[in-house]
Design a protein around this ligand. Structure first.
Ligand code: SF4
Length: 139
């Protein structure tokens, strides 16, 4: 199995360097956008160019049942703040129960004790805290 995964990585790198427009491999990272809603309005963000909403758990179950994931990472964000999702813990748990390595990126402004517990209890593997400035003025 490990050899197979290494081969997938090699094929992915080859696709990149050869500039192949049709991939010969499954993606090593899969993004599932739980929501494109956000409590911020960053000027460069494309999240608000589409109708906004939350993914429901049945759709995620369907995705998990019908998708072939690679070994690396399923990230539960794309454009939007996933901590706003009202069923965040359930969504992460569904992915973990499917045997996936799960991560998400957040602007961290909503990361209170309740949400922190949800992330820990649902066994999220990777949490990225994305800050766009190191001082309040720059931010
Ligand atoms: S915090 Fe992230 S998702 Fe929210 S507006 Fe900014 S870039 Fe977009």
């Amino acid at each position: 199995m490990r050899v197979l995964k290494k081969l997938e990585r090699i094929k992915e790198t080859e696709d990149y360097w050869r500039r192949n427009t049709i991939a010969t491999n499954y993606p090593t990272v899969t993004a599932i956008e739980l929501t494109n809603k956000c409590n911020f309005r960053c000027t460069f963000c494309p999240a608000f160019t589409r109708k906004s909403g939350f993914m429901d758990a049945d759709l995620l179950r369907h995705i998990l049942k019908t998708t072939r994931f690679s070994d690396s990472l399923v990230q539960l964000h794309f454009h939007g703040e996933s901590l706003l999702h009202p069923q965040l813990g359930e969504m992460i748990s569904l992915c973990k129960d499917a045997g996936l390595n799960v991560g998400l990126s957040t602007n961290a402004s909503l990361l209170d004790e309740k949400r922190s517990r949800i992330l820990i209890q649902s066994k999220l593997d990777t949490l990225v805290l994305a800050f766009d400035g190191v001082s309040k003025e720059i931010f």
